[in-house]
Ligand binder design. Structure first.
Ligand code: ATP
Length: 328
């Protein structure tokens, strides 16, 4: 590669942790090393920039982490970085260490912070989408999403065993904040009788009609997967309303919660993280800034932060229809 636009970069992980962040970090550090760029790891997200928590990293600093969940740099939600004074401290520390490029691994909040930092101080910033929610525009998948999906699928499979043994109806809540991607795909993969997501307008009447169709078709147990951002009501409200409508049903609620964030990243997440970590460094070397590295149709692409934050990936309507047809 010809002359690089950056000589010393820093990398951090920020916001909610996601499986595969370590694999992305490893790719950043080793790509930088390959191209003779000095690389610093910053601990605890933007807090580390503010508190001068920088560590020089080389290829051996990231040994044996490709399969590790969480993030060895740790993550944080930094309130101070949301203030001008906090960002000034962060910039002063970047100047102190001679940092001319920053790789920020995280979600849309992390990219919002990176964008503001770039606009205020001109330091080159590039984002890597690390969040289980898959709610970032500009990449087909975010790092951690595939692992979270598989974790949710395994858990729902286990819940199905007990649902079948006892003729029960289970409402299972999965993560995803305002996005229904985890719910739709884990629901389809586990044969959920219904999938309730914020992107679709649901009603109690439709849910009841689904239960009635399932009963007519001879189903004796059912799983309903509910996205945490579902608008119809909380999972407890839905269970209560169903009990009122179908007093004979033996209804249970399960909230999968934080198990969905943990664990060793899947093969797909490790490969994605490696490609995007590499892409981020190469992007910085080419002088790119204020963009996120993503993978679309298996190609590395760079999307302006502005779009990555504001736009949304659409729910695949074909998957929605498929889940309805195949469930009963
Ligand atoms: P996840 O999607 O997993 O929650 P995230 O990156 O969206 O990840 P946030 O907590 O929203 O998580 O953002 C991470 C950090 O980015 C914040 O703690 C804060 O330090 C920084 N940040 C977010 N919004 C802003 C902002 N408007 N100005 C400056 N910094 C911000």
């Amino acid at each position: 590669m010809n002359k690089s636009a950056v000589k010393k970069i820093a990398v951090l992980t920020s916001g909610g942790d996601a499986p595969g962040m370590n694999a992305a970090l490893r790719a950043v550090v080793r790509t930088a090393n390959h191209y003779d760029i000095e690389c610093f790891g910053v601990r605890e997200g933007y807090n580390g920039l503010i508190n001068d928590d920088f560590t020089k990293m080389g290829p051996r600093s990231v040994k044996n982490i490709i399969g590790a969940g969480g993030t060895i740099l740790r993550s944080a939600r930094s309130l101070e970085f949301k203030t001008k004074e906090g960002r000034q401290k962060a910039y002063d520390n970047c100047v102190k260490h001679g940092i001319d490029g920053l790789v920020c691994i995280g979600g849309d909040g992390t990219f919002t912070g990176a964008k503001i930092f770039n606009e205020e101080f001109g330091i080159k910033v590039i984002g890597v989408p690390g969040t289980i929610d898959n709610d970032i525009f500009g990449t087909d998948n975010t790092i951690g999403y595939d692992t979270a999906l598989n974790t949710a699928m395994d858990a729902i499979d286990k819940i199905r065993d007990t649902a079948t043994s006892h003729n029960r109806v289970f409402f299972v809540e999965v993560m995803g904040r305002d996005a229904g991607f985890i719910a739709l795909n884990s629901g389809l993969a586990t044969g959920a009788v219904d999938i309730l997501i914020p992107e679709k307008k649901d009603s109690i009447e439709d849910l009841f009609a689904t239960f009635e169709r399932a009963e007519k078709a001879g189903k004796s147990s059912s799983i309903v997967v509910v996205a945490e951002g579902e608008q119809l009501g909380s999972i407890y409200d839905l269970a209560k309303a169903t009990k009122a409508g179908f007093p004979d049903y033996d209804i249970r609620v399960a909230i999968l919660g934080h198990i969905q964030r943990g664990g060793s990243p899947s093969c797909a997440d490790r490969v994605l993280a490696s490609r995007l970590g590499f892409g981020a460094v190469v992007g910085l070397m080419k002088g790119k800034t204020n963009v996120m590295a993503g993978l679309q149709s298996n190609n590395l692409v760079f999307t302006p932060f502005e779009e990555a934050i504001k736009k949304h990936n659409e729910i695949n309507q074909e998957l929605m229809l498929l889940s309805e047809i195949l469930a009963i």
